[in-house]
Design a binder for this molecule. Structure first.
Ligand code: FES
Ligand SMILES: [Fe+2]
Length: 485
């Protein structure tokens, strides 16, 4: 399998350090911009594998509609072939979205508009309106659905964004980037996914930018950073930072590892006289940034670690997601606005629009250099879009958590339903307790029992109110005001 891009043994590092002299104005960060490449040297956005969703967040009982690279696709579980399938999300009959359909009792994908049924190979197997003694119209080529090549790797469904038959067996020639730690039983992790209302370029450069994390959370948090970026080529780049090594593997993957250090242990008698090296504690940050459409992207995130695995046994995934959503929300609005400003000008002029005098921006600059050199400074959406952004929705909609995460996350979805049921139960118990106290005559129940019921009613009422606030804030909408934090 194609492993993650490893840092080269003798990297041609360009040193961006806070202790080196500041860059001169002539030493601009757009040194390669005059270089022109042939078309075949350019990055082909439609000849890449794209992650769709973590398998743990896909329900096998239903089709799921997703948009990637401007393509509407439906991903569904084919129980006959024991595989996830990715189809064009459009019924060949009258173009209804198949993602609004269902899986029928024979495991076929059924369009619910008129009931046409399709097998995992895209063939139409049944047209209810076709007379049994008439021509077999369901066998016509035009009755088939277009199928995208797809595979499951690292617990994620990936697809190849072309239904051209020449790519049918693309998996034998090119595989999605492989992330060994996600299949390594000595590592533990939780998957996270979220739809983001700003574009791929803004998402990935935000995640590449370590400088903003500390400032956002701590008013005094900014500090100089030392970042060494290696050679930038069509396959991305690597970078060394104080906290570890990072790599950008185009188009979607940015990952890094942080080694916390190994502790030599005295060995037991079997290795007498030697010191056994305990494996260093390692944590990885894996960001898969998916282009959805202009102004929209999707993040799949995992942070495998080879220590403190017991935490995952006791803490549910949705509890981790509260904090991960909070981190996304903390700069969501400002990044949405930033992208608007950039698109009002021309993102291809990023190097002129932005002033990046410190070396802390080295990763971001490297990414912008990569996209400028290999893709003219922006994603090539093919014929799917011009580059204009959709209108901005109200802030509440922009930062909505329910549709951008909860409905797409099996853990949060289950927690949301359970907590709502608990809230209703508390309200019912509270009302019932008051009703019992009011309805029972003096002397029918003891004063102690009466008082207990009153206290229970109050506690349940307060509990349900608190729970309602908790559910809204963590599963619906959490505004973020940095000025008062
Ligand atoms: S549109 Fe799908 S069956 Fe008619
Ligand atoms: Fe979640």
């Amino acid at each position: 399998m194609e492993a993650l891009r490893a840092p080269s043994p003798k990297p041609n590092f360009k040193t961006f350090t806070a202790i080196s002299p500041p860059l001169q104005e002539t030493e601009t960060l757009d040194e390669d911009e005059t270089e022109t490449l042939d078309e075949d040297e350019k990055f082909d956005w439609f000849s890449q594998w794209y992650a769709l969703m973590p398998v743990c967040d896909l329900d096998k009982r239903a089709p799921h509609g997703k948009k990637v690279m401007g393509l509407d696709v439906v991903v569904w579980w084919d129980k006959n072939e024991n595989a996830w399938k990715v189809f064009d999300d459009m019924c060949p009959h009258r173009l209804a979205p198949l993602s609004e359909g269902r899986i029928d009792q024979w495991g076929r994908l059924q369009c619910v508009y008129h009931g046409w049924c399709f097998s995992g190979s895209g063939d139409c197997k049944f047209i209810p309106q076709a007379p049994p003694d008439g021509p077999p119209v369901h066998t016509f080529q035009k009755a088939c659905v277009a199928v995208y090549p797809s595979t499951v790797q690292n617990g994620i469904v990936w697809f190849w964004p072309s239904t051209d038959p020449q790519f049918k067996d693309i998996l034998t020639k090119k595989k999605p980037p492989y992330i060994p730690a996600l299949d390594d039983p000595s590592f533990t992790f939780q998957m996270f996914n979220r739809d983001i209302p700003y574009g791929y370029e803004i998402l990935i450069e935000n995640l590449m930018d370590p400088a903003h994390f500390t400032v956002k959370l701590d008013r005094e948090g900014g500090r100089p950073l030392e970042i060494n970026v290696g050679k930038i080529d069509k396959d991305g780049f690597t970078a060394k930072q104080q906290n570890g090594e990072w790599a950008f593997v185009p188009p979607c993957l940015f990952h890094g590892s942080i080694t916390i250090g190994g502790k030599p242990n005295e060995s037991d008698g079997s290795t007498k006289g030697k010191v056994a090296q305990k494996p260093p504690r390692q944590a990885l940050l894996i960001f898969i940034c998916i282009p959805v459409s202009p102004g929209n992207s999707r993040l799949i995130f995992a942070s495998p670690r080879n220590f403190a695995g017991w935490i995952d046994l006791f803490v549910s995934r949705w509890i981790f997601h509260i904090n991960q959503n909070l981190i996304i929300d903390s700069d969501l609005y400002l990044l949405h606005v930033e992208e608007k400003k950039m698109m009002e000008s021309d993102p291809r002029d990023w190097q002129k629009l932005c002033f990046v005098p410190t070396k802390a921006d080295a990763n971001v600059v490297a990414f912008r250099k990569w996209i400028k050199k290999y893709s003219d400074g922006q994603i090539n959406w093919g014929n799917n879009f011009d580059r204009s952004l959709p209108p901005s929705p109200p802030r509440e909609q922009l930062m909505d958590r329910y549709w951008s995460h909860v409905v797409n996350c099996s853990s949060c979805n289950a927690a949301y339903k359970s907590l709502n049921a608990l809230e209703v139960s508390l309200q019912v118990f509270s009302v019932a307790s008051v009703a019992i106290v009011a309805a029972t005559k003096q002397g029918m129940i003891s004063v102690a029992a009466r008082n207990t019921l009153v206290v229970a009613a109050v506690l349940c009422f307060v509990g349900s109110k608190w729970l309602s606030h908790f559910i809204h804030k963590n599963f619906r909408y959490h505004d973020f005001n940095h000025a008062f934090r």
